[in-house]
Structure formats: C-alpha cells, structure tokens
Design a protein around this ligand. Sequence first.
Ligand code: HXC
Length: 262
Amino acid sequence: MESLSTIIVEHAERVGLIKLNRPEAYNALSRTLIKELLQALKLFESDPSIGVIVLTGGDKKGFCAGADIKEQSELSFVNAYNQDYLKDLNDGFFAIHKPIIGVVNGIALGGGCELAMMCDILYASETAKFGQPEITLGTIPGAGGTQRLIRAIGKSKAMHMILTGETISAKQAEAAGLVAKVLPAEQVLVVAMETATKIASFSAPVLAMAKEAVNEAEELGLKNGLHFESRLYHATFGLEDHAEGFQAFLAKPKRAAQWAHK
Ligand code: HXC
C-alpha cells in the first residue's frame, strides 16, 4: 500500500487494525481519508491471514467528527452531486465479507456516527458520544444516518437525534442497541481486539455467511430472510470446516476444531 497520511494500519494475530489518524481535524472524513480507508479495507479483505477488521479513531481525538467541513464548504451543489465518495464509502463497506468491529473511543458525529454504523459490531468507550449534528449545519445526514440509525435504535430516538442534533452517551447508545459493549476508555480497544481475535479464530467462510445472513435481514422480508438463511445454513454443509467442527464436537474426548477456512 502507498504511504498513508490519514490512517494507521496494523496487523495482529488474524486481525487487521485501522486507526483513523487526522487528530488536527478530529479524524474528519476528508477525501484522502476515505480513499485510504477504502484501500485498507480492500487490502485486509483480500489477505487470507486476516479474519476480522477493527476500525477505531486514533488515541487523541475520539472516533470521527464526520464529513470534513472545510472541504465540504468549498463544494457547489453540482460538485457535491457529481462526487461519488459517499456511494464509494457505503459500497466499500458492503464489499467486505469479513466482520468489522468499530471501536468508538470518543466522539462519533455526523459522518463519524454513520461510519460507526457501517461496522458490524460496535464497542464504545465510556467517554463516547454519538450524534447526527448535520441539522445545525443546515444539512442532513448523507452517509446512511437517516437509514441506519432508525434500524439501530428505532424511529423516535433516531428522529430525535437527527432533528435536534443532540448527542447520546455511550450508555444511552448501549441501552438503545446501537452499541454492543461500553468499556473504560483505556480498555475498550484491548477488549475489542480480544473479541476480534476470538471471532477470527472461527472458520472464515462460515463467518462470512453468518454476516451475510444477518445483513440480509435488513433487505428481505421475514419469509425470504428465513429462506435465505436456511440456504446458507445448508451451504455450510459443503465446507471442510463444517465436517471438522462436527467431528471435533463428537470426538471422545471432545477436541478443538482445526479450521481450514474452506
Ligand atoms: C473539519 C473539523 C471537524 C470537521 C472538528 N474540526 N471537526 N474540521 N471537519 N468535521 C477541526 C476544527 O475546525 C478545529 O480546527 C479542530 O478540529 C478542533 O476542533 P474544535 O471545534 O476547536 O474542538 P472542540 O471544541 O474540542 O470540539 C470538537 C467537536 C467540534 C465537538 C468535534 O469540532 C465539532 O462539533 N465538530 C463538527 C462536528 C460535526 O458537525 N460533524 C458533522 C459534519 S457534517 P482548527 O484548525 O480550528 O484547529 C457530516 C455529514 C455527513 O458529517 C456526510 C457523510 C460523510
């Protein structure tokens, strides 16, 4: 990968870690940052030694303050309309089959909250705050806020956040179902990495199928969703890892499965 100016990329045991790194602008989503983030996601997606991706802010300025307001202020309607970076961002995340854990270690505002919601599981620090303050800027969420927030926390809470621009705390986000776990700031990334390592220790194709089936719940009605799930469930029977998982369970004594990721 070319030299990176707005993110930091690290490898741990089967886990790829991406840290947003524009502390001077609260990790705002400049075009360069979006480009580098999408490159890093693509790289981890294609790397068989990586099972799970973790996305977080740098250590200093929380998760992400949303669209780069300075950059956006220079755009005319036509320029904004003709740019594909929001579609690229959403499509870039849709193209990732591996689980993505978002670790919100401070503010997640506007596009930052939307970026968090593109992840599959969210952990938050006790200091985290989530908000869609676009209304205060004379605009509306543009990277999924009006669509994903309602699915995550329901209409009334989502509408309240979007129409008032007010933030919610990590605890409120957890109670509302936006966030899976809230942890002290100094522990949140460590615990998220442990969870990522645990998830990455399972069969990669089975993880991808589980993620796909869960995500399809938002696209399909219940009947079609159940049908889709049962078809993927049956598809796992064709994997070596399925045979291995069942044999390992039935062995006497029971043993740990050795996944071949196929
Ligand atoms: C560009 C930003 C920025 C942003 C902060 N900065 N947020 N630069 N884009 N989104 C810059 C400031 O201009 C300032 O630069 C420096 O970061 C520090 O910010 P301060 O405001 O001085 O710090 P603080 O008082 O600690 O407040 C932090 C903050 C606040 C709560 C995060 O900056 C803030 O409210 N930011 C805007 C959040 C927001 O409205 N986001 C929605 C954007 S619209 P200088 O150079 O002065 O030091 C959006 C639409 C989504 O996201 C579209 C899809 C992507």
